[in-house]
Write a protein of this length. Sequence first.
Length: 347
Amino acid sequence: MQANDFESIRIQAESEAVTISTPQGLEEFRLKYLGRKGLLARASAIIPTLSQEERAEFGRKLNILKKALTVLVEEKAKTVAAKDSGSSINRIDLGLPGIAQELGRLHPITQVIDEICALFTRMGFIVVEGPEIETEYNNFTGLNIPLEHPSRDTFDTFYLKPKTDNLKPATKYLLRSHTSPVQVRAMKSRKPPLSIVVPGRVYRPDAVDASHSFMFHQVEGFLVDKGIKFSDLKGILEVFAKGIFGENIKMRFRPHFFPFTEPSAEVDISCIICQGKGCSVCGRKGWLEVLGCGMIHPNVFKHVGINAKTYTGFAFGMGVERIAMLKYGINDIRLFFENDLRFLKQF
Ligand code: DAH
């Protein structure tokens, strides 16, 4: 073996190494050059046949080549290993679990609205919706709340900037402060008998705190037919309250004033926390207010063109957030609107 043979072996090995791409290929390469029966081992077999001087020179060159090829194998091992793991990432393993999609769900307020509406539709009511931008007439005047009446303050709301001044109530627009104006719309456009529930958003210029919000939801309900009595109202509301809060709750009707009903009442249920004994949630009263109601005022019938001598009816209205807060023991209305998934995921 000549000195330039070492050089040609190195060149040959280097060009072969470029084409290696698998661990098996690298192992074959290693055995070919560095293995026990490899090229270098066979070359060293000729050492005993050499003279003293030649041996030293031969041995030195053989060692240099051995080191160079060992480094080459080690370097190559790194790239082959990296490629190998890269290809396993790209391989599809059908046995692995998939990436779970987060399922959305209905907002708790939507769930409670659906639950309330389902209770009433089971009793024959239909669901009707109305616009959030209402006329002053439908929000107030048509509901027997005249312009100067002090009860307007309770329902006062955000007005839309008029294009011209001195608009009549029918063309003056505002954000509705309750769902009651849909009574006016529905009674004008349909003929009795009517049994309707109206879910929707309402607006009031209230400062936001734990129990107030400038926007919240209501469900309005009303029924108009011949011979409708206050006892019908009581019966329907009892089915509603027991359906939402449970069979064991008690109800009471307290006289109240609403301009659009006469007589009017507020309805309380026995406290669901203390069962009427008195606790911090019910302010030691044992009762929780849940809605307002009454017999539809003859003036409302007059506005919508229904003959109050032939027809009577009842109406009621409730705040959905309040019902949801009582049902689930939530103590801050703001939780519904902050979009915090830690809260929303519980429903
Ligand atoms: N509109 C009333 C409010 O926002 C709630 C209400 C009370 C509605 C009595 C009614 C009713 O239909 O009869 O406070």
